[in-house]
Design a protein around this ligand. Structure first.
Ligand SMILES: *Cc1c(COP(=O)(O)O)cnc(C)c1O
Length: 395
């Protein structure tokens, strides 16, 4: 048999981690890696964070799972915390980002449905977006590599150019239900939307009674230096998807909504067997215990600025391959003049983990609690790798 037991949908690298501690991973053979990928913005507090580990261990010993048919003191408590800290009035817990986006899409459609506007089902989404791998979420992107061979996709999406407010406005029609957008595109290449764009979408949504759906699966949960990235744009969404970092490595996501937006999400309209089980809630609460305070958020901003300026200082020494740095907080992208995927593979051989993204960008997504020494180790390692990469590429 030629097929591997693990369905071969990933280009899996020779890095085979078996243990982690803080921002480090160790492979099967004892190789050490500096992990500035964080499981793609998931291991928010690094590996084996004592508070998260203890919370998960204690909850696992007490009660792992019960059905959503029963009352959930654990879910109520974490939902209340999210409601207190955000724009939202209500929360649906999921196990992943794509499911959180699916819930956001369903919530938007139901909003118009219960208001007698069944024809308003279409979402305007944006070029190079990434919203997940379900049939619904691949329907919301124009990225061919994710859609190819999966047609027919879910109808009801119009994709227009990201960060182009005029294009978004022009796309509004009688079927439009709302906008679905990442405030900072992750997979698409660490592209923060402009202030004008985000404020403009909010204004258009208000003007036309549309829902503004934010996908903060990657940029949310303190990653950009505020609990959610939209706070830095001075707007609030009607519906938001969050996941990745929220469980600190435990599979957890959530769809947050205002009371108005969730008007259609009544008994029987949605569900999840695992969503919001006690173990997931313990992980989420433990992450929030650490990150949801001004001191921690200020620290993320400061660390992000230090990492960014260290990268900016390094770039002139390697200006044949690096073009610049972009992003917000500790969601940074190093734009390359050469193939970023190839350089990310090379970095792995040097013990440094990052993630490639669209537009030849290297995603730099360290744990949020890294220290000065880790920044130096990363930038020094990157710089040394860049020197030798040039040599090897020229040879
Ligand atoms: C990762 C990601 C998703 C999908 O999350 P999964 O947990 O892989 O389903 C959706 N939206 C954005 C912006 C993401 O970065």
């Amino acid at each position: 048999m030629a097929i591997t037991p693990l369905m071969p949908v990933y280009p899996r690298s020779p890095v085979r981690p078996v243990r982690g501690e803080g921002p480090y991973l160790w492979g099967e053979g004892g190789e050490k890696y500096l992990d500035f990928a964080s499981g793609i913005a998931v291991n928010l507090l690094g590996h084996g964070h004592p508070h998260v580990t203890k919370a998960v261990q204690e909850q696992a010993a007490k009660l792992v799972h019960v059905s959503n048919l029963y009352g959930s003191p654990q879910g109520e408590a974490f939902a209340q915390r999210l409601v207190d800290l955000t724009f939202a009035d209500t929360v649906f817990f999921t196990n992943s980002g794509a499911e959180a986006v699916e819930c956001a899409i369903k919530t938007a459609r139901r909003y118009h449905h219960v208001h007698g506007n069944k024809h308003k089902f279409e979402l305007i989404s944006f070029s190079n977006a990434f919203h997940g791998r379900t049939l619904g979420t691949i329907s919301a992107t124009n990225q061919e590599k994710m859609r190819d061979g999966f047609e027919p996709l879910l109808p009801g999406f119009t994709v227009v150019e990201f960060d182009n407010l005029e294009a978004a406005k022009a796309a509004i029609g009688e079927h439009t239900a709302g906008f679905l957008v990442e405030p900072v595109q992750g997979e698409g290449g660490i592209r923060p939307a402009s202030m004008e764009f985000m404020k403009g979408l909010r204004a258009l949504a208000d003007e036309h009674d549309l829902m503004l759906l934010l996908d903060e699966v990657q940029c949310g949960v303190a990653r950009t230096g505020t609990l959610y990235a939209h706070e830095q744009y001075g707007i609030t969404p009607d519906i938001m998807a969050t996941a990745k970092g929220i469980g600190g490595g435990f599979p957890l996501g959530a769809c947050l909504a205002t009371e108005k937006a969730a008007a259609g999400m009544v008994v029987g309209t949605h569900g999840s067997t695992y969503g919001g089980n006690p173990l997931a809630m313990a992980a989420g609460q433990a992450v929030f215990d650490v990150v949801a305070n001004d001191e921690f958020l200020a620290q993320v901003k400061a660390t992000g600025e230090r990492l960014r300026s260290a990268l900016e200082q390094m770039i002139p020494n390697h200006d044949a391959i690096f073009e610049g740095v972009r992003g917000m907080g500790l969601m940074l992208g190093l734009k390359m003049k050469t193939d970023s995927r190839d350089f990310v593979l090379y970095l792995r051989t040097r013990g440094i983990l990052t993630v490639a993204a669209g537009d030849n960008v290297i995603r730099v997504l360290p744990p949020l609690n890294i220290e000065e020494a880790h920044i130096r180790e990363f930038v020094d390692g990157l710089s040394a790798a860049a020197s030798e990469y040039k040599v090897s590429a020229a040879a």
